[in-house]
Design a binder for this molecule. Structure first.
Ligand code: XMP
Length: 518
């Protein structure tokens, strides 16, 4: 790595906490580059990484569990600053000869700590009025290792933060990375800037500059193929590549009949006309509808759509002639999931990506966004002058409207859903909610209900409205939409969409429900 933006890197060792990704996002927000690796990364790899500092994450284990996760023991001898968070702090204590024991009460939730020392880690925090922090632990420190001093304490954890300044090793019992620790970002920045000596070099404009140069070097004179879907990740990937290698890039956009109204035209207009890219639209709508005929099982729908996408994409790519590379918009959370300590253990829904394509076509993968979190990708989009509406677009599933039509997908049912979707989004935008919620969409249910219109009895479809708040789609809650907005959505859909006489609002959170209905 040659560029200065990678000169100062923080290594995060993951002991399995649900907050590990959040630690990484906060470090990046402070404009310092960081990577998450499993807790047992071997010492040679750690040295090769040349971290400016190491953060040991929290984790669900107790240090005295038989199979408690342990880092390479030399981690604390590298003369590199270390910050242990929760389990990470208990690990440090245990490894350096201190003592950890079960707390009498599990401490979970907000707590107040008293700062006893505000020299470096807690610089700028108040020693008088107590600091709100977020605790989540069952163990606590009862004896510090030799050379350590206590920086803060709380009622339940008399030793809530420790330091050995001569070795630059620090530990906090609470979670500075979560929003419930209001001064958490200040604490993390103190670690990064005061203790590790980092500078805020990680910006998206420096990322674009470096990535374009890297892509040019790697691709040379070869050709690249990129699938675009109209979503943020594939759009940013395509525009980055276009900036790097211009006409050597060919994009393929598959119309699978499952897109929203106007989407095909918008995508073609933006990439073809505005950016003047080589974009090939494949109208495969008939093909997909034919394959989906009579299919009602959600997993079967997903499997068919994934398989047919690969078939159609590959066929077009071959027609376009020999390419060496396939570009994909893989993001950092997907990468972490495959390397980290504990990923989701079961596939709840099979996600439709272009998995399997590179092997089938003998192409080399290019994934220029694989180091980035979603909010960073959006910033890159802004750097690349992508339209705001696209950069801020809500997520849309790969299998498209098929997973929002319960039961069989037909042309007629797609039209009903598209009309409802347009009206719903119009009202959400008018109420200035589009950017504030995670997703807002309509679902067509496979039941009909009785209604009355004028003097006529009707027997028509039901639309469910799903609007959720979320940070990362792993958990979500239904949005408390003002009644007036719900009323307008319902009125407009029932009055304007033929074939619908009832609208309901989905008030389920994830878990146990999921965001999409299928
Ligand atoms: P669920 O329904 O699992 O959705 O709660 C979580 C998030 O993922 C999106 N989603 C998908 N995205 N391909 C995608 O690229 C898919 O097959 C897919 N299925 C769900 C969903 O919209 C939500 O944001």
């Amino acid at each position: 790595m040659t560029s200065r933006i990678y000169d100062e890197k923080i290594l995060i060792l993951d002991f399995g906490s649900q907050y590990t990704q959040l630690i990484a996002r906060r470090v990046r927000e402070a404009q310092v580059y960081c990577e998450i690796h499993p807790f047992n990364l071997n010492i040679e790899e750690i040295k090769k990484f040349m971290p400016a500092g190491i953060i040991l994450s929290g984790g669900p284990a107790s240090i005295y569990d038989e199979d408690a996760p342990m880092a390479a023991k030399e981690v604390l001898d590298l003369r590199v600053p270390v910050l242990g968070i929760c389990y990470g702090m208990q690990y440090i204590t245990h490894a350096l000869g201190g003592e950890v024991a079960r707390a009498e009460d599990r401490e979970y939730g907000s707590a107040v700590i008293r700062i006893e020392d505000d020299q470096d880690l807690f610089q700028g925090l108040s020693r008088d009025k107590g600091e709100m922090v977020w605790m989540s632990h069952g163990d606590r420190i009862i004896r510090m290792p030799e050379g350590f001093q206590c920086l803060a304490g709380s009622k339940n954890s008399p030793v809530a933060a420790v330091a050995d300044r001569s070795r630059k090793i620090y530990g906090v019992q609470f979670h500075p990375e979560v929003v419930h620790t209001p001064n958490g970002m200040k604490i993390l920045k103190n670690f990064l800037f005061n203790i590790c000596g980092c500078k805020p070099l990680w910006t998206m404009s420096s990322f674009v500059e470096r990535t374009v140069a890297d892509l040019r070097r790697r691709i040379g004179k070869e050709r690249v193929i990129c699938g675009i879907s109209g979503g943020v990740d594939s759009s940013v990937t395509a525009v980055l590549l276009h900036r790097a290698v211009g006409p050597q890039l060919s994009c393929i956009f598959v119309d699978n009949a499952l897109l929203r109204r106007g989407e095909v035209q918008e995508v073609m207009e933006l990439f073809g006309r505005h950016y003047q890219m080589d974009v090939h639209l494949v109208d495969a709508s008939e093909h997909f509808l034919e394959k989906l005929k009579g299919v009602t099982d959600p997993e079967e729908k997903r499997t068919i759509i994934g398989r047919e996408f690969i078939y159609v994409f590959e066929k077009k790519a071959r027609e376009l002639g020999k390419a060496k590379f396939l570009a994909q918009g893989t993001l950092y959370p997907d990468v972490i999931e495959s390397v980290s300590f504990k990923g989701p253990s079961a596939t709840i829904k099979s996600h439709h990506n272009v998995g399997g394509l590179p092997e089938a076509m003998n192409l080399e993968l290019v994934e220029p966004l694989r180091e980035l979190f979603k909010d960073e990708v959006r910033q890159v989009g802004v750097e690349l002058d992508l339209p705001r509406e696209l950069v801020m677009r809500q997520p849309f599933p790969g299998p498209g409207l098929a997973v929002r039509i319960l039961g069989e997908v037909t042309r007629e049912r797609l039209e009903i859903l598209r009309s409802a979707d347009v009206l719903l989004l119009e009202e959400i935008r008018k109420a200035d909610l589009y950017d504030k919620v995670w997703q807002s969409f309509a679902v067509l249910l496979p039941v009909k209900t009785v209604g009355v219109m004028g003097d006529e009895r009707t027997y028509e479809h039901v639309i469910a409205v799903r609007i959720v708040d979320s940070l990362d789609a792993m958990t979500a809650d239904w949005t408390r939409i003002p009644y007036e907005v719900l009323a307008r959505i319902s009125n407009r859909i029932i009055n304007n969409v033929r074939g619908v006489n009832r609208v309901v609002y989905d008030i389920s959170s994830k878990p146990p429900s999921t965001i999409e209905w299928e």
